[in-house]
Design a protein around this ligand. Structure first.
Ligand SMILES: C[S@@+](CC[C@H](N)C(=O)[O-])C[C@H]1O[C@@H](n2cnc3c(N)ncnc32)[C@H](O)[C@@H]1O
Length: 275
């Protein structure tokens, strides 16, 4: 099986929408009257969750009316945030069909369909005209993509000259084996975690100039500690990113958090400008 099919298969839950709605009902929420706040615990599938998305929206200086591409958009949390909080027109593209369907339905229920839409497709073959977008984001997706040169070439092509591209990926920060399963891969076969130096080199070759780089390890560890303290005091919340991963979530989350604590990996944000 090729990598993309394996990756989409790994992320496919099977009954994700139902699982989210069941969790919402158990919290007294009505899935027919949703707000983005109701679902934000589950729809930001990356380290740093909503606070990291809000920070990168600031770093990209997203403004109303901008056309933004979210590459590997998952179930659409970041796209809905850019639409609602910043008034951007956001297009999400993702390999995993079930995520695209859930993203579309959640967006409809939040009343944001005019600003955010989603389609199935590959980051390595973006189906958009050259120069279509004013900004692009790639949030915890590069770990699934071996050919990052082709990925960055694709993003550069669809961006206007001068536009900003935010990469926020899990990168290798030190030597040492990575344990599996991780939230993004069952085994090392579909995991392509690279160093910031590799990202910098390949972004440069694709025609980007890096303007800012931030290691968000301390930020994420602090948030994770606060979440654990809240869960210990009030009980684990029914809705969280564990819902996206299904019943096997525990080992995947434990592995990524242990590796982050050890310093083998780090969530790194890069802001790069298209030439
Ligand atoms: C860890 S999730 C992050 C989702 C989203 N960016 C977020 O932060 O909530 C990684 C996503 O990347 C998508 N993905 C992985 N490889 C891809 C590719 N080659 N093209 C498009 N999407 C891809 C997966 O389907 C999955 O939805």
């Amino acid at each position: 099986m090729d990598t993309e099919r394996q990756v989409a298969g790994y992320y496919t839950h099977g009954s994700l929408q139902q699982a989210i709605f069941d969790a919402l009902r158990s919290m007294g929420k009505d899935p027919d009257h949703l707000t983005t706040t109701d679902i934000m615990a589950a729809d930001e599938f990356h380290l740093g969750w909503r606070p990291a998305t809000a920070a990168l929206a600031d770093d990209l200086d997203l403004q109303a009316g901008m056309r933004v591409l979210d590459v590997g958009s998952g179930i659409g949390g970041p796209a809905r945030f850019f639409a609602e909080a910043r008034g951007c027109h956001v297009t999400g593209i993702d390999l995993t069909d079930e995520f695209v369907q859930v993203a579309t339905e959640l967006t409809r229920r939040c009343g944001l369909s005019k600003l955010a839409s989603f389609r199935q497709g590959s980051a390595l073959d973006l189906p958009f005209d050259s120069g279509s977008f004013n900004a692009a984001t790639l949030i915890h997706v590069g770990m699934n993509i071996a050919d990052k040169a082709r990925l960055f070439d694709n993003v550069r092509r669809v961006l206007k000259s001068g536009a900003l591209f935010c990469v926020y990926d899990v990168m290798r920060a030190d030597e040492g084996d990575l344990p599996y399963p991780m939230p993004w891969a069952e085994t090392a076969e579909t995991s392509f975690v690279e160093t910031p130096a590799t990202y910098r080199r390949l972004l440069g070759k694709a025609g980007f100039k890096i303007e800012r780089e931030e290691n968000r390890r301390a930020f994420v560890l602090k948030l994770a500690r606060e979440m654990r303290e809240t869960a210990a005091a009030r009980g684990a919340p029914p809705l969280g990113i564990h819902v996206l991963m299904g019943p096997v979530w525990h080992e995947r989350l434990a592995n990524v958090m242990a590796t982050l604590e050890r310093g083998t990996i780090a969530p790194v944000e890069m802001i790069a400008r298209a030439s």
